[in-house]
Write a protein that binds this ligand. Structure first.
Ligand SMILES: NC(=O)N[C@@H](CC(=O)O)C(=O)O
Ligand SMILES: [Zn+2]
Ligand SMILES: [Zn+2]
Length: 346
């Protein structure tokens, strides 16, 4: 029986750190285990210009625990006013590693996102030219499309046309939640990849709705039917280079989730690696965990693999905090509803 597992240090290709006191509280949870993370730009106001990204990066560096060598990978929030030259300069200087597209209204703080995709054409063309990846929140927002269908409709009506118009554009489908997303990511041999979150490997829509509404399992894109969860697990454990980890760990204060209009997001930074090891072990694919957490992401982004390793050890059920404290109240850590046996060695 395998009871230790050494992995190249992992990266998180989709992470929300927020700002201020919240960032101070959640940043150690990621920096403890991960070497790098792509830091989502959906702050209020959003991280739109290169100067915003530079300032945000400085605030993250200042908030890091002493001695941490965690590296935030910055991204710009694409708006219809984004200037292609500002993006290109931010890329050339090494400040940003991607640009993030939110359809307006699709998710938390996405109101400055894109309504008319024609208005971002010049930026996308520039990105294709300079090799800068586009990350997308892939859901349409039209009221007449059912929330459970929004990812599949986005792929057909927005993503596929963008890729046809820009065949050289490198794309990351963020936090895919459906078999449709898996199949589409598999349809291209290069230039297209998808991140998968920890929680979407564990929950389906029953976790949110059966036996009373469970706000801590509500996130966007919303978890789908079991057959979609199974497709996500198959993709993640396959070792296929087109799939890698983006936790989408998204902290919200408990009182804002346990609310008549609860915020979307699951906070998984604390126990993500233990959960992933459990999922991969149950599938008999622990051998492919490193590809998912540490190899496929940097290869898609064209970044070096991390030096150094982390070790996971199997033993008695892992203890982890149920909440992270912030000055404004607690943030609930995602409960995978199963015992976890793999802990990350300090
Ligand atoms: N995933 C979520 O449910 N929420 C994210 C936004 C996002 O990634 O769409 C957040 O910022 O809270
Ligand atoms: Zn999103
Ligand atoms: Zn997110």
């Amino acid at each position: 029986m395998i009871d230790t597992l050494t992995l190249r240090r992992p990266d998180d290709w989709h992470l929300h750190l927020r700002d201020g006191a919240m960032m101070q509280a959640v940043l150690p949870e990621t920096a403890r285990h991960f070497a790098r993370a792509v830091i989502m730009p959906n702050l209020v106001p959003p991280v739109v210009k290169s100067a915003d990204a530079a300032a945000y990066r400085d605030r993250i560096m200042a908030a890091l625990p002493k001695g941490s060598d965690f590296e935030p990978l910055m991204t710009l929030y694409l708006t219809e006013d984004t200037d292609a030259d500002d993006v290109a300069a931010a890329h050339a200087s090494g400040l940003i590693k991607s640009v993030k597209l939110y359809p307006a209204g699709a998710t938390t703080n996405s109101n400055s996102g894109v309504r008319n995709f024609d208005n971002v054409r010049a930026v996308l063309e520039k990105m294709a030219e300079i090799g800068l990846p586009l990350c997308l929140h892939g859901e349409v927002t039209t009221a007449d499309v059912d929330i459970f269908d929004r990812e599949a409709v986005f792929i057909d009506t927005v993503l596929d046309p963008i890729r046809r118009a820009n065949p050289d554009l490198k794309v990351v489908m963020e936090h895919i939640t459906t078999k449709d997303g898996v199949d589409y990511a598999r349809s291209a041999d290069s230039g297209l990849a998808a991140t998968i979150t920890t929680h979407h490997l564990v929950i389906n829509r029953n976790h949110i709705l059966v036996g009373g509404i469970k706000p801590h399992y509500y996130c966007l894109p919303v978890a789908k039917r079991e057959e979609h969860r199974v497709a996500l697990v198959e993709a993640a454990i396959s070792g296929d280079k087109r799939f890698f980890l983006g936790t989408d760990s998204a902290p919200h204060l408990d009182h804002l989730k346990e609310n008549a209009c609860g915020c979307a997001g699951c906070f998984t930074a604390t126990n993500t690696l233990s959960i992933l090891a459990e999922v991969f072990e149950r599938a008999g694919k622990l051998d492919n965990l490193e590809a998912f957490t540490s190899l496929n992401g940097p290869r898609h982004y064209g970044l070096p693999l991390n030096e150094g390793t982390i070790t996971l050890r199997k033993g008695a059920a892992v203890e982890y905090p149920k909440h992270i404290a912030t000055p404004d109240g607690p943030v609930t850590v995602f409960d995978p509803q199963m015992p976890l046996h793999w802990s990350v060695e300090a």
